[in-house]
Design a binder for this molecule. Structure first.
Ligand SMILES: [Fe+2]
Ligand SMILES: [Fe+2]
Length: 292
């Protein structure tokens, strides 16, 4: 049993986790495949911040299969709010970022900067929209979910942990480590069963996928659902659980990941100036309000 599932971590903002990812997965011409990482990049194991390590400790301890199935059920009804996409962006922005008192719009800025980078590169409309909405699931934090159940690199539950998951040694504290059935290569799954049959650790990706799945095309759904699945899209792990469709769709997950991590620029986007363009784009795919 989980002794303290509400225990919170000490990240002063999601940026601490995201900065750590940038350090672990530096941008490079071969972005999308860390196996080709050039020599000389910083070793991510060099002194992670204590808050980041503590965050991973909680995430790896409490993300059990039982916890994941419970959250899937708890959020299945989506009766928490009726909001449009832009409204949800403004709502997410009420999440206070302790670490950055000079930035009063950190969340909406990341979404707009990601979308604007996709737009500048002439990406398809659905891809730009994916940039705009991909992190809206972080509103889970505003509904009292602890950080370790909202962000963090995601991984399958119910089968062996890949040693390439960040701080995989911390899984020894996870009760699933003692469940023999969950600790074989395939665990409860079958070879090539397809990721749709695989339960992923719970967080903003899986939640947001469930919110948007009736509205967005398949490629967008993949990007949203697996954009934090770093063990797969950056490390090449868990391919044996994927079917052919997953492998094709992961091309988009890898392409998107570049915009997610590296689109931060000093120039701050002006939400009100950009709003008409994005409201038009939103209305191509979404009704005025959706259930959260
Ligand atoms: Fe994200
Ligand atoms: Fe993001």
């Amino acid at each position: 049993m989980q002794t303290s599932p509400k225990e919170n971590s000490h990240l002063s903002s999601f940026e601490e986790w995201e900065d750590f990812l940038k350090q672990r997965y530096p941008d490079s011409p071969s972005a999308g495949d860390s196996r080709k990482k050039p020599e000389g990049f910083r070793d991510y194991r060099a002194e992670p911040r204590a808050s980041v390590k503590e965050f991973y400790r909680l995430n790896h301890t409490y993300q059990t299969r039982e916890f994941v199935l419970g959250k899937q059920k708890e959020f299945a009804s989506r009766g928490r709010a009726r909001m449009g996409i832009w409204e949800a962006m403004e709502y997410l922005n009420t999440l206070v970022d302790d670490s950055d008192p000079d930035t009063d719009l950190p969340q909406i800025e990341h979404l707009l900067q990601t979308a604007e980078a996709c737009r500048r590169d002439g990406r398809p409309r659905w891809f730009i929209l994916t940039g705009l909405v991909h992190d809206l699931g972080k509103i889970l934090c505003l509904w009292g979910e602890p950080q370790w159940a909202v962000v963090g690199d995601t991984f399958p539950v119910g089968c062996a942990y890949s040693p390439k998951i960040v701080f995989s040694e911390l899984f020894t504290a996870n009760p699933d480590s003692a469940v023999t059935q969950y600790q074989t290569r395939l665990g409860i799954y079958t070879e090539g069963c397809g990721l749709d049959k695989v339960d992923m650790s719970w967080g903003h990706d899986e939640y947001m996928y469930r919110v948007v799945r009736d509205y967005l095309p398949e490629e967008a759904r993949y990007v949203i659902r697996y954009h934090s699945f770093y063990p797969a899209h950056k490390e090449g792990e868990y391919e044996y659980l994927m079917n052919e469709r997953d492998k094709q769709m992961f091309r988009w997950v890898r392409e998107f990941q570049h915009y997610d991590l590296y689109s931060k620029v000093p120039e701050r986007p002006d939400p009100q100036e950009l709003r008409p363009y994005y409201e038009a784009l939103i209305s191509e795919y979404f009704p005025p309000q959706i259930s959260w």
